[in-house]
Design a protein around this ligand. Structure first.
Ligand code: PAF
Length: 288
């Protein structure tokens, strides 16, 4: 496995590959966990060259967010990347990616204003800017993203389709700890009490999915209210949003019986102390 820190070195290395070798790309912000490893495994199965990027992207963090304290551990990340089968780890400094402030913006409209886009203004503009830059640098055939950030997957897929970027976006399932907590680099911020309370998220999502199958409620307001009540019962949980929208269009849905899209997302963002966690489940309406 090669660790490369500059764009020029990465480009020269990738030029050496056989012309028909597929390049699979896993962009991350590091502090890798089994969820990231699962993306690397999938890329390893499907591609001849697997590139992982580790870059904590400043442009997707708001002024009062956790950019400076975002967890970092290069040595551990490299060990996980190697074990999971990465061929190349691209590990640039901020100045390599942003040698000067970018005057170019990459804005996906509409779907970036909902959910996390509403609570984190500018976040998705930073994500689409850096992912466009990384796609231009790596020029992958396939790029792998976890569905824990389902809105990010929808936004990046929209960008790639709108701009005819020659890359296939491969959404990969959420990986969960044994007790159900969705894996996230930010879970390390949680105290053991907060971590325990945070289990309310996955528990509520799974129960709601089951309730939709057995009781077939129709009004989305009822679904949202039930979820909100369950999460609010946890004393440490501070709800940012509980939303039920169509997926991937992220349109408002009022009743399940007049729902045109095949899938719904139930998406949550909830703070436990200073740590904001997100989780979701996607439900197929027609036939579950
Ligand atoms: O999902 C992430 O870790 C980041 O948003 C990404 C896609 C690596 C862009 O910085």
């Amino acid at each position: 496995m090669k660790v490369i820190r500059t764009i020029s070195e990465l480009r020269s290395e990738l030029k050496k590959r056989p012309f028909d070798a597929l390049v699979g790309f896993v962009p991350t912000m590091g502090f890798l966990h089994a969820g990231h490893a699962s993306l690397l495994h999938k890329a390893r199965e499907e591609c001849q060259i697997v590139v992982l990027s580790i870059f904590v992207n400043p442009t997707q963090f708001g002024p009062n967010e956790d950019f400076d304290k975002y967890p970092r551990n290069e040595e551990r990340d490299l060990a996980i990347a190697k074990e999971a089968g990465a061929d190349i780890v691209f590990f640039p400094q901020v100045e390599e990616i942003y040698p000067r402030p970018s005057k170019t913006e990459v804005i996906v409209s509409d779907i970036t204003t909902k959910l996390c886009g509403a609570s984190r203004p500018g976040h998705f503009a930073g994500v689409t800017l850096v992912v466009s830059k990384l796609f231009n640098i790596v020029q992958p055939d396939k790029a792998y993203f976890g569905m824990k950030d389902a809105q990010q997957v929808a936004v990046i897929t929209q960008m790639v389709n709108d701009l005819n970027m020659p890359v296939e976006i491969v959404p990969c399932p959420i990986l969960r700890e044994e007790d159900g907590l969705a894996m996230s680099s930010r879970n390390v911020y949680l105290s053991s009490e907060q971590r325990n309370e945070a289990l309310v998220l996955s528990r509520t999502l799974m129960e709601t999915k089951q309730w939709l199958i057995t009781d077939a409620p129709n009004l989305v307001s009822d679904i949202r209210e039930r979820i909100t009540n369950q999460i609010s019962a946890s004393p440490l949980a501070e709800i940012d949003y509980v939303e039920v929208l169509s997926y991937p269009a992220l349109e408002t849905v009022e009743r399940l019986d007049d729902q045109e899209s095949e899938s719904l997302i139930i998406a949550l963002a909830v703070k436990f102390g200073a740590t904001r966690l997100i989780d979701n489940v996607i439900i197929s309406i027609k036939g579950n």
